[in-house]
Design a protein around this ligand. Structure first.
Ligand SMILES: Cc1ncc(COP(=O)(O)O)c(C=O)c1O
Length: 500
């Protein structure tokens, strides 16, 4: 029996065009723009009822799943293909959140499915006690995407696990303990990484994150300093800028805050600084240009290593570069990654230097599943697919267009405060009004969010106050999809303003 999902077999016929799905099975509201066509006809869903699933969700699933059920009327996903998801009723959605920035090249991408199927039939699991080809092929391939001296790969099963390991390695290598991260960040939910994570929603009243200190996030829109030239994005803030050409005062002020953290909150020698190149869960927050470069220098002067968390920004998503750190003109000592690495297959990784790896090599570290052949075959095919499909270039083109057009909506509507990002890592920050920049209340955010979903588009939310819409789609979205979303977004804001 073929392990290819029915959808993909069917897809072969769909390429003829005769059976292409022009619209969703369920009629959509009549005044909603037409959804771009899709080549796949989904399978008919004949499984468990929605009511029964919700009952099980309440009774047998951990209570967190209810907490994160994002919509008032939940979405019940049955099938996916590239940038499309179908619910159990056959309604089609344009997925602009990639199931939290994770499905990098597209749901059930045929090339990745084929690679997984091939490896599934050969061998699923071995152990590092033996030598298996997929692990070695993948480590060599992944390392080739990094500049020197980042050449040693550790494979894990998630981003939290990668960041946990990074903390341990940084401490062992430097023989220091303290680690600094940005406020508003999310770096994981394990007891160690909760110390890096700096958002009240994820914190528990238990001892965690011993030796972790948060510093001010250099957020040029919401923070105390910022102007209209600070960030590396096609769209700047609407704030005034009085800086001389080539000199960013906001950057100096935020670096001043970091220096104050060094003066007041940590010992003179530290273990590490962790930062995402663009803060993802914080709502695609971007720092002033050159901030990271200067911060890295200060951290290294204090004995620390610099760690880039590329869980969201890696694998071409930012468009201009394959890794987010390259956009800041820095080379970290360690890079952590997950999410998009496996297009949704559970996997994470660290890439670091030989020196740091050898400090860690003094003990024995073992990970049963990290780097199993199936994960490596999938991840290897993801790297090939990004190259073959031109996903990074497409992120740049479609993402830049989306941001430029969203900026026009920002200028049109008082409640759109900021549009920012790079490539397909986009944040749209919503405010009560432009003058105060106070966050749009949660109820209003939910209303707009629900309306966008009802009109057929899934996006994400983030920010310390839940005030930022996040757009981080599979990198296969097209200009036509972007146009469709812009129409829907415009309409949802218009609807909200009318109801007010
Ligand atoms: C930037 C960043 N780092 C780390 C993590 C943790 O990854 P995981 O959920 O795979 O443990 C996340 C997850 O959202 C993340 O966004």
């Amino acid at each position: 029996m073929s392990l290819l999902p029915h959808c993909l077999n069917f897809n072969l016929f769909c390429f003829t065009g005769a059976l292409c799905q022009k619209s969703t099975l369920k009629p959509r509201p009549t005044d909603v723009p037409d959804m771009p066509p899709c080549i796949l006809q989904p399978e008919e869903y004949t499984g468990m009822s929605k009511e029964r699933m919700m009952e099980i969700r309440r009774q047998n699933c951990n209570p967190m799943v209810m907490k994160v059920t994002n919509y008032k009327k939940p979405v019940f996903i049955h099938q996916g293909y590239m940038q499309w998801l179908w619910d159990v009723d056959g309604k089609r959605y344009l997925d602009l959140f990639a199931c939290v920035a994770t499905v990098s090249v597209g749901h059930c991408h045929p090339k990745v499915v084929a690679a997984a199927e091939k490896q599934l039939k050969r061998v699923w699991h071995t152990t590092n006690i033996y030598v298996n080809p997929p692990l070695h092929e993948y480590c060599e391939k992944l390392a080739s995407y990094f500049p020197d001296p980042l050449k040693v790969v550790y494979l894990t099963n998630s981003g939290s696990e990668a960041n946990d390991l990074a903390m341990l390695m940084a401490r062992l290598h430097t023989r220091n303990f303290d680690i600094i991260t940005f406020r508003g960040s999310y770096h994981g939910g394990s007891q160690q990484t909760l110390g890096l994570t700096s958002n009240v929603a994820y914190k528990y009243p238990v001892a965690n994150g011993l030796g972790c200190t948060n510093t001010m996030c250099p957020d040029v829109f919401r923070g105390p300093w910022g102007g209209s030239h600070c960030r590396d994005s096609p769209v700047q803030t609407n704030r005034e800028c009085g800086c001389a050409q080539g000199h960013c005062m906001a950057k100096d002020q935020y670096i001043g805050q970091l220096k104050e953290t060094f003066q007041t909150s940590v010992p003179s020698q530290i273990a590490a600084f962790f930062g995402e190149p663009i803060q993802g869960a914080g709502g695609a927050v971007q720092y002033p240009k050159s901030y990271l470069k200067e911060a890295y220098k200060l951290v290294r002067e204090r004995g620390g290593i610099c760690i880039a968390d590329e869980v969201q920004t890696g694998f071409g998503r930012t468009g201009s570069h394959f890794w987010g750190f390259q956009g800041h003109d820095v080379i970290p000592d360690m890079v952590t990654m997950a999410k998009g690495i496996g297009n949704g297959f559970p996997m994470g990784a660290i890439v670091t230097t030989k020196e740091i790896a050898s400090s860690f090599g003094k003990g024995l570290h073992f990970n049963t599943f990290g780097g199993n052949p199936l994960a490596c075959a999938v991840a290897s095919s993801v790297l090939d697919t990004i190259a073959e499909d031109g996903a990074q270039q497409s992120s740049l083109t479609v993402g830049t267009y989306l941001m430029t057009e969203l900026a026009k909506l920002r200028d049109k509507y008082e409640i759109i405060g900021d549009v920012r990002g790079k490539g397909l890592q986009i944040g749209v920050e919503m405010v009560k009004d432009k003058a105060s920049r106070d966050p749009l209340p949660l109820e209003a955010m939910s209303e707009i969010f629900e309306d966008i979903k009802d009109m057929g588009v899934l996006i994400g939310k983030g920010g310390l106050y839940g005030q930022t819409f996040r757009i981080q789609p599979p990198m296969c979205i097209t200009m036509e999809d972007a146009e469709f979303f812009l129409d829907i977004f415009n309409k949802s804001i218009h609807n909200y303003m009318e109801r007010k």
